[in-house]
Write a protein that binds this ligand. Structure first.
Ligand code: ZN
Length: 340
């Protein structure tokens, strides 16, 4: 299990302080876009016509294909929060009226410019082809459609420098990554650097840009952009670093404002483990074959850490916590991220 990324602390702080995938059930919808919400209802004999979606307030979204069914199309019309809920059109004998509610935000679409930098060697190696970079960002846009954000590549640049092909670890830091991300500054959007390998992690993220391995896929790039937006990693455990771990089932309290639901049972299967839910998140921080690309509306209970400079000990210190992790896009996400 390799950690996906590592958040590089800004050097300035140290000095001064001593393809079109459609993701269902998104937490956001851009104005003018249509999202899809899906719920499993048992038994299968309950007809779709008996399942009716409604929105509160009703003015912020519309149902272009009608409000009925296990899957419903919802168009964003007016910015603001809206609760989508599902109920039975007619009472089904013996069925509990368990009315799931999803918290959604309708947002103005945000378009973020991206410059891509491909590190090459003098022997002709290139960490990505321009086409590969375009394909990755097409997939990233599918993922960020969940929160109304899209990315527009405005430049793909080659950097030939053998010293930056492999980013090595030195005294707990990656000095070449700092040099590399200073190659371009203040481009007005995101700066995404591809290299062949990075020691210990798949990606590095700091204020000056993000650095990713050549093998990075769409999820890895989207995850790193999540950091640029201000979100943190969330884990279920980190045995080498802490004895804290996420155990037990989901609950209303653990789901927070909502990833999903403000209802007691929510959309999720009763008894679902919180750890399994966390693995569905884009900000889940390990590469253990968890393909999750979901955003949560608000923060979700999980294991996470903060790193701070200890001015007395003159060292970086990491504090692990079991609490609501800052992964909620509409609680901590910046839809207009900019690298320095
Ligand atoms: Zn990360």
């Amino acid at each position: 299990m390799k950690r996906i990324c590592y958040l590089l602390m800004n050097v300035a702080i140290l000095a001064t302080s001593a393809s079109a995938a459609v993701y269902v059930n998104p937490c956001g919808i851009a104005v003018g876009d249509t999202a899809y919400y899906r719920v499993s209802v048992w038994p299968a004999s309950i007809p779709d016509e008996n399942l009716v979606w409604s929105a509160d307030p009703a003015s912020r979204v519309s149902f272009p294909q009608g409000p009925r069914g296990r899957t419903v199309a919802v168009r964003g019309d007016v910015p603001g929060d809206v609760s989508l809920s599902l109920s039975f059109a007619t009472q089904v004998l013996g069925m509990e009226q368990n009315k799931p509610v999803v918290q959604v935000r309708v947002v103005e679409p945000s378009v973020v410019d991206v410059n891509v930098y491909i590190v090459c060697s003098t022997e002709g190696y290139a960490a990505k082809t321009p086409t590969e970079a375009q394909t990755i960002f097409a997939g990233v846009n599918d993922i960020y459609r969940q929160v109304g954000v899209s990315f527009r590549i405005v430049g793909i640049h080659s950097i030939t420098n053998n010293a930056w092909v492999h980013i090595e670890l030195s005294n707990g830091d990656w000095p070449e990554a700092r040099e590399l991300t200073a190659y371009a500054t203040n481009t007005g959007g995101l700066e995404c650097y591809f290299v062949q390998t990075i020691a210990n992690v798949h990606g590095l993220s700091h204020a000056g840009g993000m650095v990713l391995e050549a093998a990075s896929d769409t999820r890895a790039v989207a995850h790193e952009i999540g950091h640029a937006c201000g979100l943190k990693d969330v884990y279920v455990n980190s045995p080498a670093e802490t004895s804290l771990a996420v155990t037990d089932e989901i609950s209303r309290q653990r789901l927070g404002t909502a990833w999903g639901s403000t209802g007691e049972r929510s959309f999720y299967t009763p008894g679902l483990q919180q750890a399994e839910l966390l693995r569905r998140l884009l900000m889940y921080g390990y590469d253990d074959n968890s393909p999750g690309c979901a955003f949560s509306y608000g923060d979700i209970y999980g294991l996470w850490y903060e790193t701070g400079w200890n001015a007395t000990n003159l060292s970086w210190e990491t504090e692990w916590k079991l609490s609501p992790a800052p992964v909620g896009f509409f609680q901590h996400g910046n839809p207009h991220p900019v690298h320095q």
